[in-house]
Design a protein around this ligand. Structure first.
Ligand code: MRU
Length: 353
């Protein structure tokens, strides 16, 4: 099975084109693409993780705005704007934690506001241009993150990662995984340890798949094995992505990241978070203010396609947690590396062009 197309792409023109996604819930057993022709289908795809990973969610939502507004292209501008508002608010309700979703929707909103006099049909074209630009920028950000991150992991023989932060999670090569791809190109003997990432197994299903497709040596471990792998000296760095980074550097990422950051600190192993500037939320001071998505208990009680817990068992299923800035050795962004991770260093780098 090969990955023939980017995780998120636009097919056709603004009037009748659509968002095309790889359905990530089917990987690695089945490679299936889905066409999203309505905002409802895009919302469902984001909610159910057919498209997932913070940057990819942002790109998908931007294209979702275009498909959601196609039916209004012949309406007067005022009605188009009402429809746009409705679609933006609707898509914003799909998932709460990855700030890239809100960042992308806000860009689409501001694009429309900046051309107040433009007729609806032309605005629709303009919105597609903006969504394409968000996709293009994301691809470039991935490449820059890889460039900035590579020197930090040069010389590592083993790197541990969590969840999926590669081509499936972005419009490009990924964030944390892009750094790993670059490191593996330089050092073909690099060994990547991928946490399986319970409960939805993004590490096992997606990261192992992506690494194997690119011929990078990957060893899959259960999440609970990470500490022992560190203790045995098998990894010299941990790199993860992020869904939202607060102004002080606290970083929300897939559940399990908090524990990993503690384990890395306890073992004296550098812990890196790689993310584009679209993942930074400088409106919040700390991770305390990051909304954490809670998902259905069935993700825990019915794992691996069958019932795996007693009927009626209580569950708690936060999809994300927050690694405190004090545990993070450096933040790797497309603008450069932030080390040490402090509010002033973050604000200074984010203020650069
Ligand atoms: O629930 P998911 O699969 O969308 O969670 C994804 C993650 O937590 C990723 O690590 C994060 O979005 C960074 S992707 C470059």
């Amino acid at each position: 099975m090969t990955n023939s197309r980017p995780a998120v792409s636009w097919i056709g023109d603004a009037v009748s084109g659509h968002l095309q996604l790889i359905d990530q819930t089917r990987l690695p057993v089945e490679y299936l693409e889905i066409s999203c022709q309505t905002a409802e289908v895009v919302w469902e795809a984001i909610k159910s993780l057919r498209v997932r990973g913070a940057p990819a969610i942002g790109v998908a939502a931007a294209y979702g705005v275009v498909v959601g507004c196609q039916s209004a292209r012949q309406l007067p501008r005022k009605q188009f704007d009402e429809k746009l508002d409705q679609v933006l608010n609707y898509l914003a309700g799909s998932r709460p934690t990855a700030v890239n979703l809100f960042w992308a929707l806000d860009r689409m909103r501001r694009t429309a506001a900046s051309v107040a006099g433009l007729p609806s049909a032309e605005l629709l074209e303009r919105l597609l241009v903006e969504a394409r630009e968000i996709e293009r920028e994301d691809r470039e950000m991935c490449a820059a993150i890889a460039r900035h991150g590579l020197p930090l992991v040069r010389g590592c023989s083993g790197i541990l990662t969590h969840c999926n932060t590669g081509g499936l999670a972005t419009a490009g090569d990924g964030t944390a995984l892009a750094v790993i791809f670059a490191a593996a190109l330089e050092n073909p003997r690099l060994q990547v340890f991928a946490d399986e990432t319970r409960p939805l197994l993004q590490g096992a299903r997606l990261t192992a798949w992506e690494l194997m497709q690119r011929n990078v040596a990957v060893t899959l471990i259960c999440d609970s094995m990470a500490g022992w792998v560190m203790k045995e000296g098998r990894v010299q760095a941990v790199i993860v992505g992020a869904d939202r980074i607060a102004a002080n550097g606290d970083s929300a990422n897939k559940i399990g990241t908090y524990s990993l950051s503690m384990l890395a600190k306890a073992h004296g192993i550098p812990f890196y978070v790689a993310a584009p500037s679209s993942t930074f939320d400088l409106t919040i001071d700390s991770g305390e203010q990051i909304p954490i998505e809670e998902r259905a208990s069935s993700e825990i009680t019915h794992a691996f396609g069958r019932q795996t817990a007693p009927e009626g068992c209580l569950t708690y299923n936060p999809a994300f947690d927050v690694a405190p800035a004090t545990h993070i050795t450096a933040l790797i962004t497309e603008k450069g590396v932030i080390q040490p991770v402090t509010t002033s260093n973050i604000r200074a780098l984010m203020a650069t062009a």
